[in-house]
Ligand binder design. Structure first.
Ligand SMILES: Nc1nc2c(ncn2[C@@H]2O[C@H](COP(=O)(O)OP(=O)(O)O)[C@@H](O)[C@H]2O)c(=O)[nH]1
Ligand SMILES: [Mg+2]
Length: 308
């Protein structure tokens, strides 16, 4: 499979799709593809959208796409589905197609299964986002269900994090426990056509005051009805405002620098993990009587010696 970087940079959908597959499968040329693409990244606003299943994330994404497309912005979407590698993304794809974005070169959708990629979800997702940036998309959306640590890591690679809630109780506590509350930049109360909105807003305001007491950006709370499009302009406005805040405050730079460090660490640890495991097995076999403190010490010493 030969990926032509020039075609990727021109925004060719087929080349972009092939490049993402190559990276997901950790094919031989994935490092080359990423190195070629990397200098062309950093231009898009990456928006993470999370929330429990059924909150209305895909419906909201569909509305945001409409709004941005009518303003002339191009949009690429990564739909991370924890259950199946296909259903969620296909569903989202169907929705967007239903709204006549089919064949629109300004919209690109890719789904990704939680266990579908070899190098880890956040790595695959981050690489995918970079390829989309290199292909010239203005806005990149990552839609994911905020359940596990890997989904949380995925969210942390976004510039702007949106948490979608709806009035039914329960999921706000779940989000709080999962640590999403602290990292959200914008809260959307979707299904605002249903009863219970004032209560949810009250709970949310309390939690925001608690977790974001000394933050320079106080996350706004926006109400939407994704099925009718009501409130979508407010969401778009707040996402834009957050991006401006990130740039003017220097926070964007700070976040990207921190992400860079985390990424290097993660990629490195992944590579050494296998080596370390082998070393541990050997040390355990050779020293069946030794306690874990000494074995750990031995393995560490062996690695230190290898370095010298
Ligand atoms: N009443 C109501 N239903 C909605 C709203 N937004 C989405 N839904 C419905 O909620 C269900 C789940 O929506 P979906 O976008 O797939 O949620 P996701 O799992 O978070 O992506 C669908 O049946 C939607 O039609 C809303 O604002 N009000
Ligand atoms: Mg969905």
């Amino acid at each position: 499979m030969d990926i032509q970087i020039e075609k990727l940079l021109q925004g060719d959908h087929r080349t972009l799709a092939k490049a993402i597959s190559a990276v997901e499968n950790r094919s031989d040329d994935h490092r080359r593809i990423m190195k070629d693409a990397y200098p062309h990244t950093g231009g898009a606003q990456v928006i993470g959208i999370t929330g429990s299943p059924g909150a209305g994330k895909s419906s909201l994404v569909t509305e945001l796409v409409k709004e941005w497309r009518s303003a002339g912005d191009t949009v690429a979407i990564v739909a991370v589905d924890p259950t199946s590698p296909f259903s969620g993304g296909a569903l989202l794809g169907d929705r967007i197609r239903m709204h006549a974005h089919d064949g629109d070169p300004g919209v690109f959708i890719r789904s990704m299964g939680t266990r579908g990629s070899l190098g880890g979800l956040s790595e695959a997702c981050q690489d995918t986002v970079r390829l989309m940036e290199a292909a010239g998309f203005d806005r990149i959306i990552i839609e994911t269900v905020g359940v596990g640590q890997s989904e949380l890591d995925v969210m942390k690679t976004a510039d702007t994090i949106v948490l979608v809630l709806y009035p039914s109780g329960g999921d706000i506590i779940q989000a709080f426990k999962a640590g999403i509350m602290e990292i959200a930049d914008l809260f959307v109360i979707n299904k605002a056509d249903l009863p219970g909105v004032p209560q949810l807003r009250g709970e949310l305001e309390d939690l925001v005051h608690m977790t974001k007491a000394d933050a320079t950006w106080e996350p706004p709370i926006v109400e939407t009805v994704a099925t009718s499009g009501s409130g979508r302009q407010d969401v778009v406005k707040q996402i834009k405002k957050h991006h401006e805040y990130l740039k003017s405050s220097g926070e964007k730079h700070v976040r990207r620098a921190a992400q860079r460090e985390t990424e290097v660490m993660r990629r490195l640890l992944q590579r050494v993990e296998l080596d370390v495991q082998q070393e541990i097995h050997r040390a355990l076999e050779d020293n069946s009587e030794a306690d874990p403190y000494d074995v750990a010490e031995m393995v560490y010493d062996r690695f230190r010696r290898q370095e010298e």
